[in-house]
Design a protein around this ligand. Structure first.
Ligand SMILES: [Fe+2]
Ligand SMILES: [Fe+2]
Length: 196
């Protein structure tokens, strides 16, 4: 594992801006803490946290070409390309994690792939990365500290609030809402996963 950590740090420091590198590091730190509180593998949380934005250095065009070159097609691909191609970094990140670092663990790969938009029936690790990405120490919005504390006490409640706030953010700005985020919302609401 140590060797992978060094490889990941080398890759991130070479490809990401210092700000994005710091963000990834902060996400990993929070993810490890949340993993420990939820009794799941902390090394997997660290790896997923560090790698979740590993494709963030690519431009929109590079992301589209990269995914087309990998012959990767997935739900809403055309719509994302048209309306919000930067969101493709999560999908490209999963592929880089597989190719560059030989990561095979499905849970880590899904946590990277779904960190922006979520999906139905997410694993604990997926929810941890989704939440940690939004409330890591480097994030500046007003609810960060409160949601960090909530996540440490009740991951599901924090997950649902982060999901709600992400959707509110998009609607407030009148920008395109990724249909998979709507699918995530609908799944959690219809399966009574909404925290009270
Ligand atoms: Fe991201
Ligand atoms: Fe991120």
């Amino acid at each position: 594992m140590k060797n992978i950590e060094k490889q990941i740090f080398d890759y991130l420091s070479k490809h990401l801006t210092p700000k994005r590198f710091k963000h990834s590091y902060n996400v990993a730190i929070l993810a490890v803490e949340l993993a420990s509180k939820n009794n799941i593998d902390i090394l997997k949380a660290q790896t997923a946290g560090l790698l979740h934005d590993c494709a963030k250095y690519m431009t929109d065009k590079e992301l589209v070409n990269f995914l087309k070159g990998c012959n990767k097609s997935f739900k809403y691909f055309k719509e994302i390309v048209k309306f919000s191609p930067h969101l493709l970094h999560s999908f490209a990140g999963e592929i880089i994690a597989k190719k560059e670092f030989k990561i095979k663990d499905k849970n880590i790969l899904n946590a990277i792939k779904n960190h922006t938009q979520g999906r139905e029936n997410m694993s604990i690790l997926e929810k941890i990365i989704f939440v940690a990405d939004s409330v890591s120490n480097d994030r500046k919005w007003s609810h960060v500290r409160r949601l960090q504390n909530l996540a440490k006490q009740d991951l599901d409640k924090a997950f649902f609030e982060v999901l709600t706030k992400k959707i509110e953010y998009v609607i407030d700005r009148g920008i395109w809402l990724l249909p998979q985020t709507v699918d995530t919302w609908n799944w959690y609401v219809s399966n009574n996963k909404k925290a009270n």
